[in-house]
Ligand binder design. Structure first.
Ligand SMILES: *[C@@H]1O[C@H](CO)[C@@H](O)[C@H](O)[C@H]1NC(C)=O
Ligand SMILES: *[C@@H]1O[C@H](CO)[C@@H](O)[C@H](O)[C@H]1NC(C)=O
Ligand SMILES: *[C@@H]1O[C@H](CO)[C@@H](O)[C@H](O)[C@H]1NC(C)=O
Ligand SMILES: *[C@@H]1O[C@H](CO)[C@@H](O)[C@H](O)[C@H]1NC(C)=O
Length: 439
């Protein structure tokens, strides 16, 4: 049963609504007077907006798809390996004579290690299906909208909008879920550029908009105050066009971060953290990181005044350092990005001077065991569970000396300064699914 609800005074539209449809939903129908040019304009404006939204969603889905495909390849390989292992395991079990061999024990241990991955694999398949379904829904919606754009008369605008909103919400939820996880693998490195001294830092802003791809470049680990800003990765590679910022204080180490348009760095010969805004070209906050060691008291293995490491992940800004109170072990502090106040701290128990580098992904700090050849991600500390585990994630240290290694949540890549080479690594993350045996 349709009844008239209201006549919009602005547009002259008539809105009808059914009390309830068989599924218990309320359906609104909008009727625009055919001869009214004004309302036609309003309607096409709304349609344009809807179309744009759907197109935006398509773009997001493409990004998501790309990421998931990358991880998915890895998962498929793991699955094949697991199946192979299972078969081999059965074969050996059948062969009673080898039961006592060392080989069997090794296989069994490997198998036990892999078993908890089964639910993860299953989840991956579900997620991949979800994305395919999203793609189809967006395609359908696009078609409906395009069709309607040409049509004159009544249409179910409210329901259409509801469909778009609903899809958008689900897409955002899905993206949020898929973008966080546990580090499983680091790809082969890609050398973006060779420039500068052996020690330095380079980075992009993880929460810049999609069109903003500025690159910042800070060569050296002490005494320098000059930051280069390139408009894009392309400009950075060609090295031609850049803007210079002269900081009011020299920096210490190579562990700076650009976050939301500001540079956060450790002021030389102090444990003061400076927040320098690029837009205004001025210091907008500064604060001492209480008890934090500085001046090569608790550096990473390579030295270089790398006592205080500032970084950002999906959850915001972090500081990684060590104090006498914690016997030189790594302390992680969640920072307020505006005021530089410490919001909460964790003591990891891992000695800072034995760490090559560290980076944060989804609230977990990953620590490498060296800055030299053979380095691997050796230790992980979750701030969510306040628990640690030892890991064994290798990566290729192509130029033998790493003085900076940081995760960028927007690109889902590790940025590294590898002996005067600027290098990127892709990472594979697994969604962490709650299982009984999780830490
Ligand atoms: C689509 O994305 C662009 C760029 O991110 C944004 O300016 C615009 O408002 C978005 N449109 C809609 C309808 O969400
Ligand atoms: C998309 O449209 C096709 C054809 O109309 C339909 O079979 C399919 O179920 C629709 N898919 C979704 C996800 O709505
Ligand atoms: C980024 O900065 C803007 C303006 O300074 C602020 O409104 C916004 O909340 C900041 N975003 C984050 C994630 O800190
Ligand atoms: C990361 O993966 C993406 C998608 O496969 C690829 O385009 C990009 O070049 C890779 N980057 C690195 C540093 O390996």
């Amino acid at each position: 049963v349709l009844y008239s609800l209201t006549i919009s005074p602005k547009e002259g539209w008539q809105v009808y609504s059914s009390a309830q449809d068989p599924d218990g939903r309320c359906i609104c129908t909008v009727v625009a007077p055919e001869q009214n040019l004004c309302s036609k304009d309003a309607r096409s404006r709304q349609l344009r907006q809807l179309l744009e939204k759907v197109q935006n969603m398509s773009q997001s889905i493409e990004v998501l798809n790309l990421r998931t495909q990358r991880d998915f390849q890895y998962v498929l390989k793991m699955e094949t390996q697991m199946k192979g292992l299972k078969a081999k395991f059965r074969q050996i079990e059948d062969d009673r004579k080898t039961l006592l061999t060392k080989h069997f024990q090794e296989l069994k241990e490997k198998m036990d290690e892999l078993l908890p991955l089964i639910p993860v694999l299953e989840q991956y398949k579900t997620d991949a299906k979800l994305i395919i379904q999203f793609k189809e829904e967006v395609r359908n919606l696009s078609a409906v909208l395009t069709g309607i754009q040409e049509e004159i008369g009544a249409y179910d605008y409210e329901e259409l909008q509801q469909r778009v909103l609903n899809l958008e919400t689900r897409l955002h939820d899905c993206m949020k879920k898929l973008s966080c996880g546990k580090l499983m693998k680091i790809s082969v490195p890609v050398t973006v550029k060779t420039s500068g001294t052996r020690f330095g830092a380079w980075m992009t802003d993880p929460i810049a908009t999609e069109r903003d791809n500025k690159v910042w470049y800070m060569d050296g680990y002490t005494s320098s105050k000059v930051v280069r800003e390139y408009k894009s990765m392309k400009d950075f590679i060609s090295g031609e066009d850049y803007r210079l910022y002269r900081l009011p204080y020299p920096w210490a180490g190579t562990n700076h971060v650009v976050y939301n348009g500001s540079l956060y760095f450790n002021k030389y010969q102090s444990n003061i953290i400076i927040k320098y805004n690029f837009d205004t070209g001025s210091v907008v906050a500064q604060r001492s990181l209480e008890y934090a060691g500085f001046n090569n008291i608790y550096p990473y293995t390579w030295g270089g005044f790398s006592d205080i490491d500032l970084m950002a992940d999906e959850n915001g800004l972090w500081a990684v350092y060590a104090t006498n109170q914690n016997a030189g072990n790594i302390v992680i502090s969640k920072m307020d990005a505006q005021t530089l106040e410490v919001l909460k701290s964790w003591n990891t128990g891992y000695p800072k001077r034995s760490a090559g580098e560290s980076f944060m992904i989804c609230g977990t700090l990953y620590v490498t065991n060296s800055h030299l050849t053979g380095a691997k991600v050796y230790f992980a500390y979750s701030t969510k569970t306040s628990a640690y585990e030892y890991t064994d994630i290798p990566f290729h240290n192509q130029y033998f000396h790493i003085s900076m290694l940081d995760y960028n949540a927007r690109d889902r890549m590790l940025y590294a300064w590898n002996n005067g080479h600027q290098v990127l690594f892709n990472v594979t993350l697994f969604h962490v699914i709650k299982t009984e045996d999780e830490l």
